[in-house]
Ligand binder design. Structure first.
Ligand code: ZN
Ligand code: ZN
Length: 763
């Protein structure tokens, strides 16, 4: 007898039984054990953060991540699947700040870095249990018992090894990063803080004459921040726009963009004289490297001191034709684009403004706050005949939300990885990756690589992987690549271990914790001068953590060398499209730097999950679907089936309960009812299929057709899944179930109901 099949469609209860069975019988572990001698098919799991709750989009990523490894296991591969947790970073710190009622870095340091770090460490596990339940309910199979955790010392040590490799290749350097900065509070502000303080202001801008070297002509350039002019070291044009050399009615010869001639020079004309006469035309690129005389002597002196070429025209696509003259003044210390151009053209770094927002002694405006210096700069330029015009300009400008001081964009010291040096390798390695869809690899991701910038990898925070660079007052810098190296170079290593063990009332285990503040106390002896070197205060970007998982999850190269080599690169990864500049990039960047190889061979990019009207889900709009509610209402299989069939995985999907139910009825319901129908009549006849073997010649044509249909379905599903075409595989299955139920079973009912046990009925 076949076990009686309940014809109700309550799949949720049945799933719970299956989930329980899997757990109690260690089915996942057995599926791994079974395959341990088989060839490896490698999957890398992108780590979620356990201090945030899972949302409906995570169901999509988990079910796609689960599907391909299961398929490969069925095809005879061993598919290692180590789960991971992303644990460092600002969001964790902010949550702890909120919990403790702290506001800002000063208060954190008052509270104490050590207990603060302790709080961060606990906070990252806030929703761990919820994530584990969620993964189990969804049917996501991964090794959650032995996950990699980005804050573990072993994991950090692997990252230190990687950073030292990068350092040894001379690709890790200290430079400047532009941040929105409040000169009164003396601190940079986050993007979110900046967005709180915008005001519309009317200020004087400046159109300035820059004298061309060896020519009686001037570049006309425009700026909204005259106080940055003393720090000017270059001009910038758009390489593809048209520029003109004109004889203007004011007697001067100017270079500027053709598109803005009338707007800027128009007022010089009168009825008798035209405003200007075009002498020559160029595209911007033709003007590149053309030199001009420094506007302020101090900038010329600074450039000479730094032994760097300055005061010439650069070219960059960021220059637009919407305002000004089409020529922009460049001061790399005071703007994101300026800073980038400064790096690209190796311009000198001139920052004639101090941390309080005052101009420095090198300039004629020593001690003046930047905004107060504006009118003085304009006045001086005018007196020297260098000011063409100072039009009033209205724009939205950010102010400090705490103290109402105008913010400035200001360069702060920061550490970079020189990605621009390995651009060709990145592009070439990317071409070895099978992107699904291909358009993201070529378009969004490919373009990102084509315009790659150096990676600003340091953060002035507490809870993160500490940057492993020690500095000496003699100027020497040293990268530490392991605990062993640190121990061997540090005279106070053991003291630090003992000190903290005592404070925390623990046995000293012989190794210092690699986090702040512990690691900050460890000094090393300078190999050049013998003085003590101190670690730089920065921690690193947590994207470096998650991008290091291919090797750091195995504590490579300190342990598990063979495992790593066998499991690199991965055959498959999958995450949502918002990871293009996140994990997809950090993985490729780090693997290119270390191994010059793409770390994954196939990647399915997933679209965002929207609400049923195609709107972005958000808590504030109240349209966010709770994944636990959805799983409880529809069951995991129905939701999985929905995500496999609703649209191509990379397109946004509109999550609607009625669509899930419809798919469940059409596919799962039909399959289930077909089986229930068989069991019902098989049991009436006391039929046991295992007692018979298939006799092909005796089959009716309908039976032969169904078998043929089954074989084609198997082939279609197999081919599609082997090529990561999930919706096509699902559709092949769905169409087979439909044909079986609505054609084969329906046409054959009379045969099942026939009296006795004739051959046709057995067939
Ligand atoms: Zn402020
Ligand atoms: Zn030294």
């Amino acid at each position: 007898m076949y076990q009686k099949v309940d014809t109700n469609l309550n799949f949720v209860d049945r799933e719970k039984q299956v989930e329980k069975f899997w757990k109690e019988n260690h089915i996942f572990e057995k599926s791994m054990e079974d395959r341990k001698d088989d060839p490896t098919y490698m999957f890398y799991d992108g780590p979620p953060t356990a201090n945030g709750k899972p949302h409906i989009g995570h169901v999509l990523t988990r079910v796609i991540k689960d599907m391909i490894p299961r398929y490969r296991t069925m095809k005879g591969y061993m598919v290692p699947r180590k789960a991971g947790w992303d644990t460092h970073g600002l969001p964790v710190e902010l949550e702890v700040e909120k919990k403790l009622g702290l506001d800002g870095k000063e208060q954190i340091e008052e509270y104490g870095m050590e207990p603060f770090i302790q709080q961060c460490k606990e906070s990252v596990w806030k929703y761990k249990g919820m994530w584990e339940d969620f993964s189990s309910t969804v049917g996501f199979w991964a090794d959650m018992e032995n996950p990699y955790v980005t804050y573990h010392d072993d994991y950090i040590e692997s990252e230190w090894w990687a950073l030292k490799e990068i350092w040894n290749k001379k690709l890790l350097y200290k430079g400047f990063k532009i941040v929105p900065y409040c000169p009164r509070c003396g601190t940079p502000l986050s993007a979110q803080e900046v967005s709180q303080g915008y005001k519309t202001v009317k200020e004087r801008s400046a159109i300035v004459r820059f004298k061309v070297v060896g020519e009686d002509a001037y570049f006309l350039a425009w700026t909204t921040t005259p106080w940055t002019l003393p720090s000017n070291v270059a001009l910038c044009v758009n390489p593809t726009e048209v520029y003109c050399k004109v004889k203007a009615a004011d007697g001067y010869t100017y270079y500027m963009a053709e598109a803005l001639l009338d707007k800027v020079l128009g007022k010089l004309g009168s009825e008798e004289t035209p405003a200007y006469e075009v002498l020559e035309k160029y595209v911007g690129k033709d003007l590149e490297y053309k030199e001009y005389e420094p506007l302020f002597a101090c900038a010329g002196e600074a450039a000479a001191k730094q032994k760097k070429k300055a005061h010439f025209v650069t070219a960059d696509n960021y220059v637009t034709m919407s305002d000004g003259t089409g020529i922009v003044h460049i001061a790399p210390a005071f703007g994101e684009d300026d800073s980038r151009i400064g790096r690209n053209y190796e311009l000198p770094f001139v920052q004639f403004v101090d941390g309080k927002g005052d101009l420095t002694a090198e300039t004629p405006y020593a001690g003046k706050f930047v905004k107060d210096a504006d009118p003085l700069v304009l006045k001086d330029l005018d007196a020297e005949g260098k000011l063409f015009d100072a039009p009033k300009f209205e724009h939205d400008y950010p102010f400090c939300w705490r103290c109402d001081t105008p913010l400035i964009y200001y360069a702060r010291e920061s550490w970079f990885i020189k990605m621009t040096a390995v651009k060709d390798d990145l592009v070439r390695n990317n071409k070895t990756i099978n992107w699904i869809p291909a358009s993201i690899g070529e378009g969004r991701f490919g373009n990102w690589l084509e315009n790659i910038q150096d990676w600003g990898v340091s953060r002035n925070r507490y809870w993160g992987t500490p940057l492993n660079i020690w500095e000496c007052e003699c100027g020497c810098q040293h990268a530490i690549g392991s605990q062993a190296e640190l121990k061997s170079m540090s005279p106070n290593y053991t003291d630090v271990v003992k000190k903290y063990a005592k404070e925390m009332d623990q046995e000293a285990n012989g190794e210092v914790e690699l986090h702040r503040p512990f690691i900050d106390d460890v000094t090393i002896t300078c190999p050049k001068c013998g003085k003590q070197m101190h670690r730089v205060p920065e921690v690193i970007d947590c994207w470096f953590d998650s991008g290091s998982m291919p090797f750091a999850q195995h504590h490579y190269p300190f342990e598990n060398k063979e495992i790593f080599e066998k499991q690199f690169p991965a055959q498959f990864i999958s995450e949502a499209v918002d990871q293009t500049r996140g994990w997809f990039y950090s993985l490729l960047a780090i693997s290119t730097l270390l191994f010059n190889k793409a770390p994954y061979e196939n990647v399915i990019v997933l679209g965002l999950v929207q609400d049923e009207n195609g709107q972005k889900m958000s808590k504030s709009k109240g349209n966010a679907v709770d994944p636990f509610d959805a799983l409880q209402t529809y069951g995991a299989d129905a939701i999985r089936w929905y995500f496999y069939t609703s649209s191509a995985p990379w397109l946004p999907s509109r999550f609607a309960g009625k669509t899930v139910v419809e798919g469940q009825r059409k596919f799962m319901g039909t399959l289930w009812n077909t089986y229930a129908f068989f069991v019902l009549y098989a049991n009436i006849d006391n039929f046991d299929a295992t007692k018979y073997s298939l006799e092909y010649d005796k089959l009716a044509v309908m039976d032969k057709w169904l078998l043929s249909r089954l074989e084609s379905t198997v082939k279609a599903v197999d081919d599609n899944l082997a090529n990561y075409r999930i919706p096509e595989a699902a559709k092949a299955l769905q169409s087979f179930v439909d044909d079986m139920s609505n054609w084969y079973v329906r046409r054959s009912r009379e045969r099942f109901w026939a009296k006795g046990m004739e051959q046709d009925k057995i067939n």
